[in-house]
Design a binder for this molecule. Sequence first.
Ligand SMILES: CC(C)(COP(=O)(O)OP(=O)(O)OC[C@H]1O[C@@H](n2cnc3c(N)ncnc32)[C@H](O)[C@@H]1OP(=O)(O)O)[C@@H](O)C(=O)NCCC(=O)NCCS
Length: 174
Amino acid sequence: MSINIAENSYLRPVTETDAKQLFEWTNEAETRKNSFSSEPVLWENHVQWLKKKVADKNCLFYIMMSGESPVGTVRLDMDDESRIGTISYSIDKQFRGMGLGGMILALVEEKAKEAGVQSLTGEVKLENKASGKCFLKNGYQLVEENPTELMYRKCLSKVPEHGKLDGDVFRKEN
Ligand SMILES: CC(C)(COP(=O)(O)OP(=O)(O)OC[C@H]1O[C@@H](n2cnc3c(N)ncnc32)[C@H](O)[C@@H]1OP(=O)(O)O)[C@@H](O)C(=O)NCCC(=O)NCCS
């Protein structure tokens, strides 16, 4: 069964009509616990927030579908200048432990490359072992850690020999 779910999985863009599904996912206990702001999210705030995210050209926001069923969500918030994308994601509780966490990161990486994102970052609470594994499995490296949080990063652009990349990110820095 898990093989079928994984084989039929793809990302489709989020719309405002996904508000209810996203609201349920964001307030699911494990997701709140693993979030850096663990308070429950209020419906009114959620609707306003979603409207902004859908309109934001620096936000790539998707639902992962398996056939006709929504099974998870992933969002990439990009820094306009540096083209660094920060990932937020979750898998529906009933579909966890089937490899979909790893798969959603692989799928969003393809979208990020198409959008010209230079590197991807994931910030993970230390106790969130499943998420840490998903990042490592997808070739991310642990770049920072403190007693409560780990930061994973994956560079999507090849660094040329002179050590500088084309693109706004490095133009800004150099
Ligand atoms: C994190 C999350 C997306 C992972 O999705 P998933 O589909 O369950 O992950 P996968 O099935 O791809 O498995 C990830 C790995 O973690 C392991 N794992 C799962 N739960 C674990 C736990 N409690 N402790 C240690 N490892 C665990 C799995 O065995 C698997 O390891 P493997 O590849 O070596 O077999 C999912 O648990 C989730 O939605 N959590 C709530 C929201 C969240 O934490 N989002 C991430 C915020 S950074």
